[in-house]
Design a protein. Structure first.
Length: 234
């Protein structure tokens, strides 16, 4: 869990820091900020999970683009050795693959990410934001009376700045060039094609794979279980 705050427009850094600190409980390990030449500010409250030493965010790509990210990209190692093979990385952080995919593919890369995420990329005067397919990671957006646009992990970071606020739609990305675009369009979204026979072993295998990939961490982790099988005896 991290806290992200991005503003497209002219806002001073002191104000950005004050707003960002309203989310500091989401990322107690460190704070980072980047201001692009095109008046886009990224502020990141980090909880260190992957790459404790060099994963400070926002992270610069190969050229002018910078990214900040809340979540985990489970297939980041695979992407480094396939789609992004040969590119120079600054960190071992899973978040960095996002900015490299953007630099290589433009806006058409969110379906390559296996994970839970909300992110914002600043590239000069261009900005891109995205949220995972079912909205596991929170993201909100809004506008102030001057027309500046805001993105944040929690509403309280922007609530007294904006005159309009909404939840960022899951499975979408936004860019200053395209507006909102729905990138997640699975075939099974149409109930008429959901006609595969149920096999308990397939469900078990899928749950096992889903659990295994979520164990990715450079820090200790724990599991809380509640099976709902409690019995009261007399």
């Amino acid at each position: 869990m991290c806290g992200i705050l991005a503003i497209i427009g002219k806002v001073n850094k002191e104000t950005v820091q004050q707003l960002s600190k309203r989310q500091s409980h989401r990322g107690p390990d460190e704070w980072g900020i980047y201001e692009s030449p095109g008046n886009i500010i990224l502020s990141h409250e980090r909880l260190s999970i992957i790459d404790l030493n060099t994963g400070t965010q926002p992270i610069q790509g190969t050229d002018a683009a910078w990214v900040m990210h809340n979540g985990e990209i489970y297939n980041h190692e695979q992407l480094r050795h396939s789609e992004l093979k040969g590119r120079q990385f600054r960190t071992t952080c899973d978040s960095e693959v996002i900015v490299h995919l953007y630099e290589k593919y433009g806006y058409d890369f969110c379906n390559m990410l296996d994970g839970v995420f909300s992110f914002v990329i600043a590239d000069g005067d261009k900005c891109m934001a995205g949220r995972d397919p079912i909205g596991v990671k929170p993201l909100y957006y809004g506008k102030d009376k001057l027309g500046n646009m805001y993105f944040s992990s929690e509403l309280k970071a922007i609530s007294d700045q904006c005159i309009f606020m909404e939840a960022f739609p899951p499975g979408h990305y936004y860019s200053t060039e395209t507006g909102f675009v729905k990138y997640f369009n699975p075939s099974w979204a149409d109930y008429k094609v959901c006609n595969v026979d149920f096999k308990p072993e397939d469900l078990r295998n899928a749950l096992t794979r889903a659990t295994e990939k979520r164990l990715m961490s450079d820090v200790p982790l724990g599991v809380l279980l509640s099976g709902g099988l409690d019995r009261i005896g007399h």
